[in-house]
Structures are given as structure tokens and as C-alpha cells.
Design a protein around this ligand. Sequence first.
Ligand code: SF4
Length: 121
Amino acid sequence: MGVVAEMAERVQVQYAGQKVEEQGVADLFARPHHPYTAALLSALPERANARRLPSIPGVVPGLYDRPPGCLFEPRCTHATDICRQGATRQGPELGYALCNHPLNGARKGAPKQRRKAKAAS
Ligand code: SF4
């Protein structure tokens, strides 16, 4: 992640072969929206506030043992029942997070077209 921060302008985070978030590098490091991205960032040595680096319990699912809903659900501390049915792709204001409960809300002034479209339907 340190190399990414120095070399990239935009970052796409993948989990088990799926894109789970995409943002400009500064925004991604400052305001991750997907719980997997947040967990990765919290494991950076410079961000850790304990003697041992935090880790994500469990393992990445293989091709033949995928959970039925969100692929990160078995390891996610934010999971709810709906996550066992699938994950919703959020809009650009939430880093295209593939998540029903994205973290860190939308920034002030960020486009809200997606939410308005949902409310209208
Ligand atoms: S959809 Fe649910 S289980 Fe998947 S990452 Fe988001 S909160 Fe976690």
C-alpha cells in the first residue's frame, strides 16, 4: 500500500477477484468506504496503534467455496443479514464500494445523483 500511495493516482481495491472500491489515492487513504479497504489500511504499520498489527480473521474464498452473498461477508465486522444475499454497488461519491453499508459517508458537495434516482423509483 505504501508503494501504491507514492506511485498511483487512482486505486482499485479487489477482493477475491472482485472490484470492491475505486477512488483517487488520497481519498482512498483518507476515507475508505469498503470495510476490506479500511481493514487493509488499518494494518499499515504507520497506522497501527497496538503492538501487534491488526489482521482480518478468516481466509479469502476460493473459486468453489464462495459465500452466496457478499464475498467479504464471512470476514466482515459490519455484516448484517442482507449481506448474505448480496452487496450493492455504490456510486462515485462512495468510491463505487461494493457494499450495503459503506463506511465514511459521502463527502459534502459530492454528487448525489444515485441517491436521488433511487428515491424517485
Ligand atoms: S456488503 Fe455487508 S458484508 Fe459485504 S462488505 Fe459491506 S457490510 Fe461487509
